[in-house]
Design a protein. Structure first.
Length: 267
C-alpha cells in the first residue's frame, strides 16, 4: 500500500503518546511559573499531537486549545484527557495555516509548540499569524524533552533490524533538515525577546523491546511505511532481541528545555 506522505503520523498516535519522551511534572510547573499562569489564562498548543504537553499544562490554565491536523492524534488526545479527567483541553483539527477555529479563545497568554515547529513553514508567516492571537505580554514557547544519557548499545540493533524492513519504502525528507535554529527564527519575529529554561533530572529506565519498537513507531512515517510488515518485524525482533527484556534497569539522565520568545511588549 502506498504511503500517504501527507500524514506522517497516521495510525501512530497511540505509540507517540505512550512511548515518546514527555516533559516532567516539575518542568510543567516551571513553565507555568515563568508564564505567570494563574489558572485564568487561555493557552494554544499548536501541533499538539496526542495532547501530551496540553495535558501537562492543563492544571495551570483556564482552557487550552490543542490544535493538530492529524485526526488520529486528536482522537488519542481526547481519549487520554478523558481517562485522566482533564476537562479544560479542547482538541481542534486545524493547522498553522488556518487557526480560525480557535480565534474565539484568543487572546492567548502563550502558544506552546512541542517538537513541531519544523513542520510549520514558512515559519516567519506562522509566527506573524500568532501575533494576532496572543496578548501583548504573550509568548511562543518551544518545548523539547530529550535524553542526555547516550542510548544503550542495543538501540543500534533495533534500528538496524527496522531499517531492513523499511529500506525499500521511500519517505519524505524530514523538515527538520531544512529548518534554521529556533532561536534565530524567533529573533526575526515579533517574539524576539528570547529566554531559555532547562531542567535536568535522573530516572530509571527499564529496557523493554515493546516500548523500544513503540518509540520508533511514533516517529514520522515509520509506522505508515512499515504497513503489513509489522507482524514479521516484531516476530523477528522477539526472536533476535528478546533478551533486551531481561536487562536490568538503567539509570539515565534527561533534560527538559524550553525556548521562550516573548513579544516586544513583554516585561
Amino acid at each position: 500500500m502506498p504511503v500517504d506522505l501527507s500524514r506522517p503520523y497516521q495510525n501512530s498516535a497511540g505509540f507517540y503518546a505512550d512511548y515518546r519522551y514527555r516533559i516532567s511534572s516539575t518542568f510543567g510547573h516551571l513553565l507555568a511559573a515563568r508564564l505567570r499562569l494563574t489558572g485564568k489564562e487561555q493557552l494554544l498548543d499548536l501541533g499538539c499531537g496526542p495532547g501530551i504537553l496540553a495535558e501537562r499544562l492543563a492544571p495551570y490554565a483556564a482552557q487550552i486549545a490543542a490544535v493538530d491536523p492529524e485526526p488520529d492524534m486528536l482522537t488519542e488526545g481526547i481519549r487520554r484527557c478523558a481517562a485522566a479527567d482533564v476537562t479544560n483541553v479542547r482538541f481542534v483539527r486545524a493547522d498553522s495555516h488556518n487557526l480560525a477555529p480557535v480565534t474565539d479563545l484568543a487572546p492567548f497568554r502563550a502558544v506552546t509548540i512541542g517538537q513541531a515547529l519544523h513542520w510549520m513553514y514558512p515559519q516567519d508567516q506562522v509566527l506573524e499569524r500568532l501575533t494576532t492571537l496572543t496578548d501583548r505580554t504573550g509568548a511562543v514557547v518551544l518545548v523539547t524533552p530529550t535524553a542526555v544519557t547516550a542510548p544503550a548499545p542495543w538501540w543500534q540493533d533495533i534500528d538496524t533490524l527496522l531499517e531492513t524492513y523499511l529500506a525499500d519504502i521511500p519517505q519524505e525528507a524530514h523538515p527538520g533538515n531544512r529548518t534554521p535554529p529556533f532561536d534565530e527564527i524567533l529573533h526575526q519575529s515579533a517574539f524576539c525577546h528570547i529566554e531559555e529554561l532547562y531542567f535536568e533530572y535522573e530516572t530509571q529506565e527499564q529496557p523493554n523491546l515493546t516500548a523500544a519498537l513503540g518509540m520508533r513507531y511514533g516517529i514520522s512515517w515509520v509506522f505508515a511505511r512499515l504497513g503489513n510488515r509489522r507482524e514479521a518485524l516484531e516476530a523477528e525482533a522477539r526472536e533476535r532481541l528478546g533478551w533486551i527484556d531481561d536487562l536490568p534497569p538503567r539509570q539515565v539522565r534527561r533534560r527538559d528545555s524550553a525556548i521562550f520568545g516573548f513579544r516586544s511588549h513583554s516585561t
